[in-house]
Design a protein around this ligand. Structure first.
Ligand code: IPM
Ligand code: MG
Length: 369
């Protein structure tokens, strides 16, 4: 049997340097665990624009459709702000999500013990926090038509459309319920049914899927604004949250920051099962391209490393190896390794991006003895 295939798209800003560290981890699995991957690498975002004049070349898109999983670094940067909307780096990422139909975006927000002091919230509010946000990723206001900037009389109007079909809500609701069953069996669905028809439909459909297919899962509903408030007040009340594309974008950034470690959080974007039964999948850190620190060896590679751990779990049926990698990361943090983003006012000197990657590899080695 051939090796599982992995397409790596480092992208822009700190993307390439954090991906270099992930390559060390991937190599480690090949040599030490007999788990070799066929890795190919390509361009996305501004890097692709610079070479091809488009943030995602058709050949790269085709490759992404064929591989077992895609691992992406980050896209975007100030250099590209002036570009036309249609070729901005972000469009490359959005095209991947849309054309691979990656409708379920899993964004865990987990507070690492070693970093609980780092949150902007009190330690007791966040210590041990472990929630999973499932964000709908291929529809809603991000993609709804009509959209654009049009002329109306003598002024311009900016238009975007929030739009959800029943089947789009159904499938992401099922992702939420399935995830809840694997965790604490609690699902909270968030929308704005008090002001938006799409929210009314969302709530109805999620409730119906719950009643008919997942009566064992404890389901609740919350308006997304109240959800944001509750997430900051007492986040541990939540287990799995399912929400739409835009609310999920906001709420997942909020949840990430609660953990005090935006540089630590991975994500998985999953679609329908392929012929081999595994979902189409793209994995990426939640953080962005951080152009202000790019190329200086300051970036924290852990979010991207943990994104590879998610790939091990969800695309390659290697749950135990995923846990091994997550525990290696926890050990490195417990041992005091800190990149600059994790240091605050402590006055210690940070480790570099590559030192952090090496430390994780050493912790993986230690896990074997
Ligand atoms: C995210 C990002 C993206 C989004 C951008 C880069 C298009 O903020 O993945 O959360 O808005 O979805
Ligand atoms: Mg975002």
């Amino acid at each position: 049997m051939s090796n599982p295939s992995l397409l790596i798209l480092p992208g822009d800003g700190i993307g390439p340097e954090v991906m270099t560290e992930v390559r060390k981890i991937i190599d480690w699995y090949g040599t030490k665990r007999d788990l070799a991957f066929d890795v190919s690498e390509d361009l996305v975002g501004g890097a692709a624009y610079d070479k091809h004049g488009t943030p995602l070349h058709d050949d790269t898109m085709a490759k992404a459709q064929e591989v077992d999983a895609v691992l992406l670094g980050a896209v975007g940067g100030p250099k590209y702000d002036v570009l036309d909307f249609s070729v901005k780096p972000e469009r490359g990422l959005l095209r991947l999500r849309k054309e691979m139909d990656l409708y379920a975006n899993l964004r865990p927000a987990q507070c690492f013990d070693a970093l609980a002091d780092f949150s902007s919230l009190k330690k007791n509010v966040v210590a041990g926090l472990d929630i999973m946000i499932i964000r709908e990723l291929t529809s809603g206001v991000y993609f709804g038509e009509p959209r654009g900037i049009i002329k109306e009389g003598n002024e311009r109007v900016g238009i975007n459309t929030q739009r959800y079909t029943e089947s789009e809500i159904e499938r992401v609701a099922r992702s939420g319920f399935e995830m809840a069953r694997k965790r604490g069996n609690k699902l909270c669905s968030m929308e704005k049914a008090n002001v938006m028809e799409s929210g009314v439909l969302w709530r109805e459909v999620v409730q119906r899927i719950g009643d008919t297919e997942y009566p064992d899962v404890e389901l609740s509903h919350m308006y997304a604004d109240a959800g944001a408030m509750q997430l900051t007040r007492w986040p541990k009340q939540f287990d799995v949250i399912v929400t739409d594309n835009l609310f999920g974008d906001l709420l997942s950034d909020l949840a990430a920051m609660l953990t005090g470690s935006l540089g630590m959080l991975p994500s998985a974007s999953l679609g329908a099962p392929m012929a081999n039964g595994r979902p189409k999948a793209l994995y990426e850190p939640v953080h962005g391209s951080a152009p202000d620190i790019a190329g200086q060896g300051k970036a924290n590679p852990i979010a991207c490393i943990l994104s590879f751990a998610m790939a091990l779990r969800y695309s390659f049926d290697q749950g135990d190896e995923a846990t091994r990698l997550e525990q290696a990361v926890e050990k490195v943090l417990a041992d005091g390794y800190r990149t600059a983003d994790l240091l605050g006012e402590e006055g210690r000197s940070p480790v570099s991006t590559s030192e952090m990657g090496d430390a994780v590899v050493a912790a993986l080695d230690a896990s074997l003895s």
